[in-house]
Design a protein around this ligand. Sequence first.
Ligand SMILES: *[C@@H]1O[C@H](CO)[C@@H](O)[C@H](O)[C@H]1NC(C)=O
Ligand SMILES: *[C@@H]1O[C@H](CO)[C@@H](O)[C@H](O)[C@H]1NC(C)=O
Length: 204
Amino acid sequence: MKTKLFIVTLILSSLSYGSMAGDPDILSDFILPPENTTVDGNFFTYTGMRVLVQAPVPKTFQVLKASMAEFPALNGQSVSYAVLDFPPSSVNPPHTHPRGSELLFLLGGSLDVGFVDTSNKLFTQRLQTGDMFVFPKGLVHFQYNGDSKNEALAVSAFGSANPGTVSVPNSVFNTSVDDGVLALSFKTDVYTIRKIKAGLAGKV
Ligand SMILES: *[C@@H]1O[C@H](CO)[C@@H](O)[C@H](O)[C@H]1NC(C)=O
Ligand SMILES: *[C@@H]1O[C@H](CO)[C@@H](O)[C@H](O)[C@H]1NC(C)=O
């Protein structure tokens, strides 16, 4: 009996370790790009965010990423950043990051945030400058700057070098999923589906 319990505990603890882990561990200090055998401090430096210094407020919601694609030294390090810039009354539509949880730090303005868990429960908050909010890995979430006069600026850290982004509107309505399938799925008609698709494709 005790042995069984021990084995069950062992399996459970290895499962919970598995689900807590970020990217797989690497077997070297860092991963060099194949074409670069010797690097210096520049390899570990990312300057792509300098464009934000003294930059004007963007016209629409803007995200600047520093993930593995933009910053190759992050490969194997299980971390990345994005800077989120919200002009007044702008939204970052519902989306998920399949490979990483997100820790958002609001640097300026106010921001309405929310996520939906796997039991369809919605969690929301109105953040003030200086607040942080965590979006659990893989769950659908959004951010909205409801202030019609002021910008909101946030930095998000991710527990993956390549968290990935799946946009709900785009993946459902801005690909070639059959209109009939979507009409049935959303319990509406093909006309309504085409209208939504046209909006996302910029055809209205
Ligand atoms: C190789 O590394 C150097 C310095 O770290 C960097 O300036 C250069 O762009 C890298 N080259 C490639 C092909 O990644
Ligand atoms: C819809 O997809 C097109 C083509 O990939 C893209 O140019 C456009 O930005 C997408 N629309 C939105 C709202 O992201």
